[in-house]
Each structure stands twice: as C-alpha cells, then as structure tokens.
Design a protein. Structure first.
Lengths: 363, 574, 312
C-alpha cells in the first residue's frame, strides 16, 4: 500500500486543473467497465442507506425461521440435523428427575422468600395478561436460509452491508482526513513541523499494526464507532506520506507563490489553493482504503474486536463461518462472500477506472 | 566435553536397567485447545499445565482409575495414611525404591524419592518468593508453618527450619499435623500440585523451573515449545506399576499439540492426526446423534461408529453462574426492590434455550450450589427460578421500575437504569451475550457490555467495579465445601466473586465446616441454598457433560471424573 | 553514501524512542495486569503484592521505563511473565517457523507475480490481460479468512491432499509436508494484489516517452521490455518488497493459528492475551528495528537501481 502511494505521488507531477474533474467524468462515462462498476457501487450504497434508515434488514434480529435452514433453492443440500429447543431440554429435565427426587423436591419455600407475595402476584398478573404471542417457528423457506438462531440470512447480510460499508467508508474518510491534515502541515511548513510529524509517522509505521489494533480495541467498547476509530488510527499513514510529498511539491509552484503575493493566509494557500489540485489523488486513495478496510473488518471481527451483539457486519457473520462450515451450514459464508466480493470487485474496478480517468498525463 | 559424554552413557545404562514397560515406538497424539503455562507444580494452576504435571510428578495419594465414585488410593505410599483420633495428624509411609527420572541435576546418581521431598514440595507452596497459586490450600493449615512464613517476610522460605506440622520422621515417613481437622485433606494432597519435586533439581534450574520438571511419574518432559507442542517420554526409572495385569505406562511417547481453533482441532482428529480428542462445540452435532427427547442420550454418528471410534462421556464437577455484585448500588443490596431486580433478570434469562442451542443439549441446568458427583449435592433441590419473562416484567412493575418515555425502565426513584455486564471477546462469549441482550430487551432494561481479558475483569471485580459477570467453578476436590465457600462472606472479593455477605449464610457455613459429609451437613447446605435462592446473588447456569473420542486402535480408553488425563493407562494397537 | 547511511541510522534513535514511549503508554494503559493471572483462582492481597513486586510492577512508571530503556540497549528482555522462559529463547524458537513459511511464500509470490504481471502488461488491452485482471480482482475480493477456512476444510480434510496441520523439527519435512497448504492459501491472498500492482507499474513505464523513443530506434519489443521497462519498473517492485519484509514476521497470524505453525504472529496474540509485557516489548522492538532497517535498505537499493535519485 505504501509503495503504491509513493508511485502515485510520483506520477502526478503536473498540477491538475478543475477541468480535470470534467475530463475525468467524460472519460469514465466512456469506460464501460468503470461505469458498470460505478452503478454496482451505487446500488450497494443505496442498499446500505436503506439499511441505515431501517428500510431494509432492520428485522435481522428477529428469529423468523427454524435455525440453520438452508436457502430455498438448495433446501435439500443442508445437513439433516435435528435442532434442539428449550422445550426439549425442559422435557428431558423433567423426565430425568427420578421419582424419589421428585417426591422429595425442595427449594425455597414461601416463608424463606422475602418476595413470596410479590412473586405470586406477579405470576397471576402475568398469567392474566394475554400470553405473549409466541411466533411459531416458521417453515416457509428463506432465500438465503437462516442462521443458528433462526434469523434470516438475507436480512442479516443487508444489515451487514450497511455496517461494513459504513465502517469502510467512514474509516477511510477519517484516515484520509487525519492523513491529509498531517501530511499538509508536514509538507507545507516543512522544517520543525515536518520533523515532528515525520517522527510521529515513523513511530506509527514501526509499531506492528496488530499490536496497535489490539491495544486500541482493548480500551474502547465494542461498536461501530470503535471499529472505525481503530481502523482510521492504524491506516492514516499511507495518505500522510502521499499528501506530504504532494504539498512539498506544490508549495514551490508559481500559483501558490502568486497566492502568497496577494496575501493569502497559510490556511487559504494550503486548503483553498493546493488541496483542490490533489483531491483526485485522494479520491483514488479513498477507494483503495475503503476496500482494504472492508476486508480488514472481517479479520478484526474474527479476532473478537468487531461490532457488538446488537449490530452485525460481514465480518461478524464471517466469524461464525468456521463453526458453521464444520456442521455443514455453508450458506451464511456463501452469502457474505457473494455480497462482499461483488462490492469489492466493483469497487476495485471503479478505482482502476478512476485512476485512469483522473490521470492528468493521459490525454 | 568428555565428562558430558560419560554422563550420557551412565544415563543410557540406567535406562536399560529400569523396568521399561512402555513401547517407545508407540506415540499418542493429543491436543489442548488452550496454551499451557509451565510445569512447576508450585507455579501453575491451569488445567492444561496440570495435565502434564499429573504425568510427570507423583502425589502421595491418587484416585483409583476405575472405581466410581472417585476413590482415593495410595500412590507412592504403602497404604493410606494413619490418621490420629482427632483427625489432625496424618502419617504417611512411602514405598522404598521409587526413583526420580534421570536428570543432569542428580549428577549421574540414581535419586530415590524420600519423605523429605514431599516436605520440601509442600513447603514450596508457602514460599513467599514463589507465590504459589495454590497457597490458599495450605495457608494456616499446618502447625507451626505460619511462623516459618512470617520469618521469611518477603524473602525465600528457610526450608531447613523444622516445622512441627510438616515433619520427616525417617527417610520414608512423613507426618503432617493440621491446625484443624479437615475432611478433604487427602483429596487436596491428590492434586497434581502436590507431587514430589527434588530439591536438587529445583535449585539447579532455579531460574527456569517451569521448563525443567523432574519427577517420579510415568513420563518425563522431553521437549517443550511453549504454546505449540509438549512431548513426553516414558520415564525409564518409573517404578513397576501393575494394574489389572498390565504394566504401566504402555505408550512410550505422548505428543501434545496446542490447537486453539475449533476447525483444525476437529479435522485433525477426524483425519487421525490426533488419537484422542474432545468434541468442539461446533462439531457436536456432526459427531453425535442427539436424541431430542433426552439430549444427554447420544450416540456416535454412523460414519464415525463404523470406523470404530469410541465415545466416553463425563459430567464435569463444575457449575457455571452469572453473579451480581452484591455491593453494587444498582444491582446489589438486600432491599426488596433490589432482590426483585435480580430475580426478574434471572426469570428473563432463557436458560433452557441456551442449553439447547449453545450447549447442544450437552449440559444440565444447575439448581444447587454443589454439582452432581460432589459430596453434599442434593438432586431434589430446585434453586433456580422458572423462566417467565411476563412475570418478571410484572414483578418489576410492582416495585416501581417504570418504563420511561424511551421505552426503557428506570429505577424506582426515577433515575435511569442501566446495567453493565462483563464479558470476554471470543465467539462463544458473543453467543451468550446475544441471549443476555435478548433477556434484557424483554425486560426493557438497558444492557451494556464491558469487554475485557479475564485478568482485567478479575482485577476490576476485586476492585468492586463490575456489576455482573459469568464464571465457572470446577472442583479442586470433590467436596461440597469447595463450592459452598464461593458465597462465604470472608471470601468476599476473592473466591466469593459476588461479594455476597450474609450473616446467616456465614454462620451456617462455619457450622458445616465442623461436620463430615452426611445428612446433618446436608441439612445446613440446604438451608444455605435457600438463602442463595432467596437473595439471588447468582443466576444459576449449567453443568457441562463432556464427550471424548478415541480412534479404534486406542485401548483402555476411559475417563476419570477428577484426573485430567489417563495417558499412562492407554495403549495403542494400530 | 556512508555518511548518508550513518545519518539515517542516527535518525533511528528518536524513532525507536518514540516506539518505546508509545508501547509503554499503551501497555500501562490497556495491557492488563499479569499478576491476576499468576496468582491463581484464589489469593490474598499479600500474594498479589508479592507478585507485583517480583515483576517490578510496584516501581514508579519512570523507573519502569528506565528499565525498558536498559533492556533495549542490551537487547535483553529478561524472561516471560507467564511461562518464565527467557524471551530470547521464545523469539529464537518462533522466528524459524515464521521464516520457513514466509520466505518461500515471498519468493514464489514475487516470481509468479512479476512474471504474470510482465506478461499481461506486455499484452495489455488483450483478452488475456482482461481475464487475468478480472480473476485477480475477483480473487482479491474474497476475505483471507474464507480462503483459510475453506482451504483447510476441502483441500486438507475432504480431499486429503495435505495434512490438516502440524509442524516438525526438520526443515525438509516442514517444507514438503506442512508448508505447502498454508503457502498455497497465502499465495492466493497475496498474489492477486501483487499482480495488479506490478502490472500497473509496468504499464506505467511502458507509457513513458523513452519507450517510444526506443521503439522508434527500432529496438525489438523484447529488448525494450527486458532492458528498459523491467529495469525501471523494478524500483517500485523493490520498494514494495522491502516494505513488506517486516510484515513477514507477523503477517501470517491466521495461517499460524489454523495450521499449528509455531510462529511469531500467534505468539504476539498469546502474549497480549496473557499481558506478557516482556514478550510484547521484545517483539515490538525487533519488528520496529526491522522495519526501519528495511526502509533504509529500500532507499539504498532505490539509489543503486536509479542513480538519478538523490539521497539526502
């Protein structure tokens, strides 16, 4: 990754103008693969949006079917396992209690229990109230089958898309923000600032990623925000290097010196003048990072640092895969792999196309 | 250099003399799913290291391999010890002619096991510089030992100072004198932690006793790659041990691999890279046909039965429980509304469902602080509340835990109610957390999780910072006292992780200590269990039933309720 | 050149100091207290205090940091807190297996990816190019976790082509018996991105003016490809290679866990799990040193390949 960015830094040696974006869009429109990839990515973003807004996949925690039911199309390709239920355990418990034990059955009697009266009242009250509607385990088939708790894998994978995409996009965005800000300061001001930030950078790159990861996730609680933070904190370095090189190159250019001459402040020179000329690189960097982070999340979840129990993600689903595969339940892994590879492939192709389309050297 | 060669030659000669029963060409392959820590009996306390200790060291007494319930029998002693009338003085007579495994520390001499070795090994658990994890079993137990420990201060114990309670009468006679009579003393001495070490060996390898276990047991440590592989070889000096006409051990080499992931562990067994293995949770249904009418009634799946794979099962001597911190201002306390809160949470937890799905039916619900197989257990007692989320909600309503505008309950005084549960980060933890989340959702109580490594959570709990956490307790010795002490007020903050302090419970516990196992003590235990049920410091969990598999060619395969391993009895006939 | 190298080496000192500071802060903040593991399941406050004293955890933080500095200067990290084995022994036994897996993987991957990338770059725009690029993109899109789980399940278990897992003391046995499957799975994960990256480097070079000039001069395509394009495109290849070297030590964590390879990756995970600070310290410092040295090496090689590069 790092070397890729060095390369990018090298090839964008001439300043890009605003029209580069228009040019890029024109080029992208002519690129059939790139355009298709763009539509696929957009479709995923829409799906994720629907997931965030609760329009799709919001019922993923509902236990709607029998556990571990294979997908509708492959209903005969699942293992023939009998799934136990709570009722089985209760019945067996009753059955296994010997007659002698049953007759001698003791426990806390009413006089031992400080809550005896309240318990009795609560129980009558509960019995009087309409019994909780017990949704019977549904036999109807699900397109992508169900997981070990009888949840719809399709709902899960949609919710997972929303989470993983959110994690990937915001993680990448945050990493880009940190990297750009530090890179800009470092490249633009040089000297002491650069020395300090370069030191910071080399320290961060020298400590093994995994250690940082384990450390960061140990302090923070589980949740999407933690995963995003951890990812941003461990992956801003590539962008920093790239932006530092770019800002160093650009600050000597005439247009920046011209801005200096008309009295533009440092901030204005950095972010109003130089930044727009390097955004095309950031866009490419952003999509590379997004893909990397989406895959990174899977590994994080597997190591136990993923999202909490009230959320799900592709990584959280994949983390269940080893245990499921051992039992012959292949569909959750297949569904996630399908969704993930579709998005990642489209994203990678889009990145390629963007790189070509926004390359100022290609005429 | 020359000297070394001579030494090697002597060792080889000694090896030839020893009554070597084991076939060095037979290699038993087994696996642990958690890394071990080391092999110094006074320094390690995890089961996995203990399994190795069990095979390298010899405690004074051990358990009969075949007798059920477990029965203590002499190991390196000629008979069980003679006990004085007041139950305080134990006299052990060692069998002469038991030798330590050959080791460079003995400078080529054959080293006999003596009573002094046991005295030394027991004293090591008291040594302040060793910090034995088992010191709680010996602290204050032996007459005169406290003075010795006090004299040592922070430094090493003076092992040469005579101690009244740990006395060597002659080369083969050891006398242990207790401050108070104790009905579990022999079972404590049967633990692998109390195997005999040789002082020369410990001193020779002082800096690294964990890697150099030298004992009199059937195996010696041949090679250790921490966290990856442990190789044991038959001890050439092992005494002649004949059981049912067979001289032990049979297998010359035991290779233990550490395999932490479930998939490779299970596949390695199926593909015969392992000879014996447990069944990981994920593979339970793949390996076993579980009868839904009685989930504990299982048989091997046909494909495995046809291969002649053998199945052995045992119910663990353990309980699992989710405790409330009784000193916590939100979930603790003995006010009625606090009990109601704890009771409601217990009533909302779908325990049977977790046994069905997470345990795959391979566990039984806990209804008594003491599990089956441990003295004092009462099968008739039903200590757990019935699963009834509707009644739980009604109970909370009655005590003023009102549902607020955000759909969540508040405390009776109107302050927000949020409960934090400590948890690990593994995949299995997550499965449990899903059920806890569901239980709290059904009560409309806000639940958050505090994730951490075991030691961090343990520290937090000792500092009184946790509200709830799930733990398991396995028997150190099969007596009810080992379990009932988990709620004894004086152990609060230590083994009593719930910080439960109940004067009546403590009084009953202290009274029970003075009684042997029997109806009278059971009556006290029942009364204490009623207090636990009423106060609800715990939500009872389950007791697991473990399955172990062995391939067709593994002979004499049988599990023992207390011994971790039975390698010395096993034979391989491929 | 020598002066440059010396200066760069000197610059490593503050970086190393930074690494130590970061590590020290992180561990004291989140690392966990190992005395709670060592004390067993039931213990007194004195036992705990004793253990903390023996581990040196009762010293003040500056004092502890000073000891750390001393350890780094002597490269002697003492003994592990959990198993009490000398840290040097632990790392010594871990590095071999890590390299036994990583080096062949690196070599095979480098060889295959450069060759394939050169071929597809040469025929860029053709059907072959598109198919290879597509396959690579698809292969990249699947999580490494899926490859490992599925690979072990089907290739080793169902088909029986490889052992499920294992490791021996003999290098030969490891190489022909235990390494092939993890190597293969590692390749699938690393090959695709490498091919894509190298292809883009080659294509980049081919678009340069000098290639057109060479072509105009009538040089054959092979000569251009081998003598000019390859040579220049090697710069990013070498840089990326150097950069990836430190990852060899820790990168194969998942492979190690699933295939029973006693490497460094799993050691770090276990050390963090047990709050075994000496082991964490040692591994971090060594990996940091390796990273810095390889960075320097990359710059030097860079200079050797391309004399135009100014070292400053």
């Amino acid at each position: 990754m790092t070397s890729q960015t060095t390369l990018l830094a090298d090839d964008a040696s001439c300043p890009a103008s605003r029209s580069l974006w228009q040019l890029g869009w024109q080029r992208l429109r002519r690129d059939r693969i790139g355009l298709t990839a763009l539509w696929v990515v957009l479709a995923f973003v829409l799906l994720a949006l629907a997931g965030w807004l609760g329009l799709a996949g919001s019922h993923w925690r509902d236990e709607v079917a029998k556990p571990n039911m294979p997908p509708a199309l492959f209903k005969d390709y699942g293992p023939a396992t009998v799934e136990l239920t709570a009722a089985d355990i209760d019945a067996a418990q009753q059955h296994n209690t010997s007659a002698a034990d049953a007759s001698a059955a003791t426990g806390m009697s009413a006089e031992d229990d400080p809550l005896a009266a309240d318990m009795a009242a609560a129980q009558t009250q509960a019995a009087k109230a309409a019994p909780l509607a017990v949704t019977p385990a549904n036999d109807s088939l699900l397109i992508l089958g169900s997981d070990s708790r009888g949840r719809d894998v399709l709902q899960k994978v949609i919710q997972g898309t929303a989470t993983s995409l959110l994690v990937g996009l915001s993680g990448a965005l945050l990493a880009i923000l940190i990297g750009t800000l530090l890179g800009a300061l470092s490249g633009y001001f040089g000297r002491r600032v650069d020395d300090l930030l370069m030191w910071f950078y080399s320290v961060f790159t020298s400590v093994p990623d995994m250690l940082l990861l384990l450390a960061f996730s140990a302090v923070m609680s589980r949740g999407i925000d933690t995963v995003i933070m951890v990812m941003a904190l461990t992956s801003w370095t590539g962008t920093y290097r790239l932006m530092r090189a770019e800002f160093m190159k650009h600050k000597g250019r005439e247009y920046v010196q011209a801005a200096d001459a008309i009295g533009a402040s440092h901030r204005s020179r950095m972010f109003r003048h130089i930044l727009p000329n390097v955004t095309h690189l950031l866009l490419v960097q952003f999509s590379i990072l997004t893909v990397a982070l989406i895959k990174y999340e899977a590994i994080l979840s597997f190591l136990g640092f993923g999202v909490g129990v009230s959320q799900t993600s592709w990584g959280a689903m994949l983390a269940e895969a080893p245990a499921e595969l051992l039992q012959g339940y292949w569909w959750q892994m297949a569904a996630v792999t399908l969704f993930m590879s579709l998005l990642v492939t489209a994203f990678s192709m889009l990145t390629d196309s963007l790189r070509d389309a926004l390359d100022p050297k290609v005429k | 250099m020359m000297k070394k060669r001579i030494l090697v030659a002597t060792i080889a000669a000694l090896a030839a003399v020893g009554a070597q029963a084991a076939d060095m060409n037979k290699v038993l392959h087994v696996a642990f799913n958690v890394p071990e820590t080391g092999f110094d009996p006074a320094k390690v306390s995890d089961t996995y290291s203990g399994s190795i200790l069990e095979n390298v060291f010899d405690p004074l007494v051990t358990y009969d391999y075949l007798a059920r319930p477990a029965k203590v029998i002499p190991n390196t002693t000629v008979a069980l010890p003679t006990v004085s009338a007041d139950g305080k003085v134990y006299t052990f007579k060692l069998k002469p002619g038991i030798y330590f495994a050959p080791d460079a520390a003995f400078k080529g001499q054959k080293r006999e096991l003596t009573a002094a070795d046991y005295a030394y090994s027991i004293k090591r658990h008291l040594d302040p510089t060793i910090n034995s994890p088992w010191s709680f079993l010996v602290d204050g137990r032996f007459v005169g030992a406290d003075a010795l420990v006090k004299a040592a201060g922070k430094g090493a114990l003076n092992y040469d100072t005579p101690v009244e309670g740990i006395k060597v009468l002659d080369k083969y006679t050891l006398q242990l004198t207790l401050n108070e009579g104790n009905y579990n003393f022999l079972q404590i001495l049967a633990m692998p932690a109390f195997g005999a070490v040789a002082r020369e060996a410990i001193e020779a390898y002082a800096s690294n006793t964990n890697a150099k276990p030298v004992g009199t047991g059937p195996y010696t440590l041949k090679e250790w790659k921490p966290g990856n592989k442990i190789i044991l070889e038959a001890n050439p000096n092992f005494r002649k041990l004949v059981i049912n006409g067979q001289t032990l051990p049979k297998v010359g080499r035991v290779e233990v691999s550490i395999i932490e992931e479930e998939q490779p562990l299970w596949l390695a067994f199926v593909n015969k890279q392992l000879d014996i293995s447990g069944i990981p949770q994920a593979a339970l249904q793949e390996a076993l046909v579980i009868d839904p009418k009685n989930p504990l009634n299982v048989k091997l799946q046909d494909k495995y039965a046809k291969q002649g794979i053998q199945l052995e099962r045992k119910k663990d001597l353990e309980i699992t429980y989710q405790f409330f911190n009784m000193q916590d201002p939100v979930v603790g306390g003995d006010a009625k509304e606090k009990i109601a809160l704890r009771r409601a949470i217990a009533m909302a937890f779908p325990r049977s469902e977790t046994i069905a799905t997470i345990r795959r039916g391979q566990a039984v619900p806990v209804n008594y602080v003491i599990p089956e197989g441990v003295a004092g257990y009462n099968p008739a007692f039903k200590g757990a509340v019935k699963y009834d989320p509707a009644a739980a909600n009604a109970l909370l309503d009655r005590f003023g835990y009102k549902v607020g505008a955000d759909g969540l309950r508040t405390l009776p005084d109107g302050k927000p109610l949020s409960i934090e549960m400590a948890t690990g980060t593994s995949g299995i933890d997550k499965q449990w957390n899903e059920y806890w989340q569901k239980a709290f959702d059904s009560l409309k109580i806000k639940l958050t999780f505090k994730y951490g490594k075991w030691n961090e959570l343990n520290k937090a709990n000792r500092q009184n910072k946790l509200q709830m956490w799930g733990l398991a307790w396995g028997a150190d010795y099969p007596d009810g006292e080992n379990f009932m002490q988990l709620l004894y007020g004086k152990n609060a903050g230590d083994a009593n992780s719930a910080n439960f302090k109940n004067a009546e419970y403590d009084r009953l516990f202290e009274a029970s200590l003075k009684l042997p196992d029997g109806a009278e003590r059971n009556k006290l235990y029942d009364a204490m269990n009623k207090i636990v049920a009423a106060q609800q410091p715990w939500i009872f969990g389950d007791t697991r039933v473990r399955s172990q598999l062995a391939h067709r060619y593994v002979k004499n395969f049988k599990l023992h309720p207390l011994l971790n391993t039975t390698w010395r009895y096993i034979d391989l006939q491929k | 050149m020598l002066a440059y190298i010396l200066r760069r080496l000197w610059q490593m000192v503050p970086t190393l100091f930074g690494v130590m500071l970061l590590l020290f802060i992180l561990f004291n903040w989140v690392g966990g207290d190992p005395s709670y593991i060592l004390a067993g399941k039931s213990f007194s406050a004195e036992t705990l205090a004793n253990i903390r004293h023996q581990l040196g955890l009762d010293k003040s933080l500056p004092e502890q940091f000073l000891i750390f500095v001393q350890q780094v200067l002597t490269l002697d990290f003492g003994t592990s807190w959990s198993t009490q084995q000398p840290v040097a022994d632990i790392l010594g036994s871990r590095i071999g297996p890590s390299l036994t897996l990583a080096l062949p993987m690196l070599l095979v991957s480098l060889l295959l990816s450069v060759i394939i990338a050169a071929i597809v770059a040469y025929v860029r725009g053709s059907l072959t190019d598109r198919i290879v690029t597509l396959i690579c993109t698809l292969a990249m899109s699947v999580s490494a976790l899926v490859y490992i789980i599925a690979g072990q399940y089907w290739l080793a278990h169902k088909l029986g082509w490889f052992p499920i897992l294992g490791w021996s003391d003999s290098l030969a046995t490891n190489l022909w018996l235990y390494v092939p499957l993890p190597l293969l799975l590692g390749l699938v994960v690393s090959l695709a991105p490498d091919i894509r990256f190298y292809r883009s480097c080659f294509v980049e070079e081919m678009n340069h003016d000098y290639v057109r000039t060479a072509r105009a001069k009538g040089l054959s395509e092979q000569v251009i490809m081998l003598k000019h394009v390859m040579r220049n495109a090697l710069i990013p290849v070498v840089t990326s290679l150097m950069m990836s070297l430190p990852y060899l030590f820790l990168g194969a964590l998942l492979l190690e866990r699933f295939f029973g390879i006693p490497g460094m990756g799993n050691e770090v995970l276990n050390a963090v799990d047990r709050s075994d600070f000496p082991v964490i310290k040692a591994i971090t410092i060594y990996v940091a040193l390796a990273t810095m040295l390889f960075n320097l090496l990359a710059d030097i090689v860079y200079k050797l390949i391309d004399p135009r590069v100014q070292l400053k």
